[in-house]
Design a protein. Structure first.
Length: 233
């Protein structure tokens, strides 16, 4: 459950897939994927610059090694920032093995001005302190001071990428918090949200039962253990 919004603020959010993701947390969505037999969870990517979670539609960037003479006319990820809609999340793949940042502080400022919700890097980010000062959410596999210039280049914008072991396509949905990054495809978002909301509702009822004096072993008993089985109600 998202604790950064009050209950009245959560209920006031418009009923869209992104707003519904914003009412949940990564664990509820992860549990829903387990229940439905779907993949999408990526661990080991850390929230570096804020204490906030993010959710939105995915816009992708793929980075790669420099091949031949460098003739760059623009910096990596700038095309994605200019193409993004407010509320989008930019997801960058930098799996070259080279210690070079997939994201930096000027990019954070540009993205924030466009209303982008945040960035997720399969690879390192830099200028973390600057992104913290901006309160712009940066999630990354690692951090570095090394620039991308002269080391890596952009291979494509809005192309299929790989984050962890999860294939990610432009237009997919993503939410990320302190627990994990979770991707949901466009085709599966409706039933994943339905399952995640049901799980969150049941867990809220369990918390209430504990507050009313029920024993935790009773609250987290057989029904809890079987809650994610495909036919469990």
């Amino acid at each position: 459950m998202d604790e950064s919004l009050s209950s009245s603020q959560r209920s006031a959010l418009p009923d869209t897939p992104v707003s519904r993701l914003n009412r949940l947390d990564a664990c509820a969505v992860s549990d829903a994927l387990d229940k439905l037999g779907l993949s999408g969870v990526v661990t080991g990517i850390h929230r570096l610059s804020t204490d906030r979670k993010i959710a939105g539609r995915v816009l992708t960037v793929k980075l790669g090694l420099i091949q031949g003479p460098i003739n760059a006319t623009r910096h990596l990820s700038t095309a994605a920032i200019e193409a993004a809609e407010p509320g989008d999340v930019i997801v960058v793949e930098q799996r070259t093995g080279v210690d070079a940042a997939a994201w930096g502080g000027v990019l954070s400022r540009g993205a924030q001005l466009r209303g982008i919700s945040g960035v997720i890097c399969e690879g390192p980010a830099r200028d973390v302190d600057e992104s913290r000062q901006l309160d712009f959410p940066v999630f990354a596999r690692d951090h570095t001071s090394r620039t991308a210039r002269g080391r890596i280049v952009e291979v494509g914008t809005n192309v299929p990428i790989l984050v962890g072991h999860v294939p990610v396509t432009p237009g997919d949905y993503v939410m990320a918090d302190a627990s994990a990054v979770v991707f949901v495809t466009q085709a599966e978002i409706a039933r994943v949200l339905e399952a995640a909301e049901a799980i969150a509702h049941r867990e809220a009822a369990m918390v209430q039962a504990l507050a009313e004096g029920k024993r935790i072993s009773e609250v987290m008993g057989a029904s809890y253990e079987k809650m994610l089985e495909p036919n469990a109600k």
